[in-house]
Write a protein that binds this ligand. Structure first.
Ligand SMILES: NC(=O)c1ccc[n+]([C@@H]2O[C@H](COP(=O)([O-])OP(=O)(O)OC[C@H]3O[C@@H](n4cnc5c(N)ncnc54)[C@H](OP(=O)(O)O)[C@@H]3O)[C@@H](O)[C@H]2O)c1
Length: 331
């Protein structure tokens, strides 16, 4: 077990404030439960003008919306909306971004929080689901959103760059994930899709792949002065959520014990997502955790520039095959 988990702080600061949220529009994916739900609830309570819950099962989203409306006093106000978003489908990602472009006047921050961890090999869009959901759809959404958010920010012209916060995990930094990474790093998508890949290993690998690619995307391809959007990565730490719902029994038991000893509540963990959504230009391309700069905890192998470039290029090729021209339109 990593020191990061054993020593992780609890009772984190709430860096989202009424002043920072009032009048603003936020999108949170995977907002029906867990960290996404708690982050969306904070945003509504703090007076956001709009909070869009991107969820794959609208009925679950409506239950979450009712809870949020009750906490924030926003029932019937149109502040909180439930929009369908299934990251197992590239069409669903496209439709979601199109709708955001058409219906939202401004987009101040998008928290790409939705993710899946599976114990069985299951496929979507020709890839194992953690690749499709946690890497390809998550990055497709970011790439499609950048020009939309930039154009809206130019119209709003309040001088504040909007943010895309990608929720990742330091589980991808542990020794086992590192050993797995060394085997797949030439083409992590092909590597994770391989039939002999142990399915439970795909979650940490998908998260480290996302982290490594986004560091190159943000720092080298799309600096804020070019992209107009702050892109950062957040690890929420070990939090008591339903993420382990598909875990094999032995792992689920171990996870429950770790939750009891070290876990942050989902509400506490959601504060790290809000930190990402509020952080300034200094957070661009960086890992944040525990509501602070997480860069000192990024291992050297994750910082290897050649691997970052290669990983982004592998993913960019996949995204271009899905949506031709999407990468150049983002630039
Ligand atoms: N909990 C932790 O200890 C921990 C640690 C490090 C990182 N994280 C990261 O934190 C984020 C939030 O996880 P969580 O802990 O809050 O887990 P969670 O309770 O399982 O929530 C995950 C959310 O993602 C949604 N989702 C899954 N597959 C989806 C799909 N195909 N399309 C759209 N939405 C989908 C889920 O929807 P359904 O309810 O419909 O399945 C749910 O809303 C994830 O990115 C996770 O990797 C969590």
């Amino acid at each position: 077990m990593s020191d990061g988990v054993v020593n992780q702080k609890r009772n984190l600061p709430l860096l989202a404030t009424r002043e920072r949220c009032a009048g603003k529009t936020f999108i949170v994916t995977g907002a029906n439960v867990g960290l996404g739900f708690e982050a969306a609830k904070h945003l509504a309570v703090l007076g956001a003008a709009r909070v869009v819950l991107g969820v794959r099962t609208p009925s679950k989203g409506e239950i979450a919306k009712a809870d949020i409306d009750a906490a924030a006093g926003t029932a019937g106000s149109g502040v909180v909306s439930v929009w369908p978003l299934d990251l197992e489908s590239f069409d669903s990602v496209r439709a979601f971004v199109r709708r955001a472009d058409q219906e939202l006047e401004r987009i101040d921050a998008v928290v790409e929080n939705a993710a899946v961890a599976l114990a069985e090999r299951e496929m979507a869009e020709g890839h194992v689901k953690p690749v499709t959901v946690n890497v390809l759809s998550t990055l497709l959404m970011a790439v499609l959103l950048v020009p939309v958010m930039r154009a809206k920010a130019e119209k709003v012209a309040d001088g504040v760059a909007p943010r895309i916060t990608l929720v990742t995990s330091r589980a991808g930094f542990d020794d086992d994930a590192h050993a797995g990474w060394e085997k797949v790093k030439e083409d992590p998508i092909k590597g994770m899709d391989a039939e002999d890949m142990v399915p439970v290993k795909t979650y940490p690998l998908s998260k480290v792949t996302e982290t490594i690619a986004v560091r190159h995307l943000a720092r080298e391809v799309l600096p804020v002065e070019k992209g107009g959007v702050i892109i950062n990565l957040v690890c929420p730490g070990l939090c008591i959520t339903q993420l382990g719902r598909n875990a094999p029994d032995a792992f689920a038991q171990r996870l429950r014990k770790m939750h009891d000893m070290y876990g942050r509540t989902a509400e506490d963990g959601s504060r790290t997502l809000l930190h990402g959504a509020m952080a300034g230009v200094e957070s661009h391309g960086k890992l944040l955790h525990s509501c602070q700069d997480g860069e000192p905890d990024v291992p050297d192998w994750v910082n290897e520039l050649g691997a970052q470039k290669n990983t982004w290029e592998v993913i960019a090729r996949e995204l271009e095959a899905v949506e031709p021209g999407c990468v150049s339109k983002m630039l």
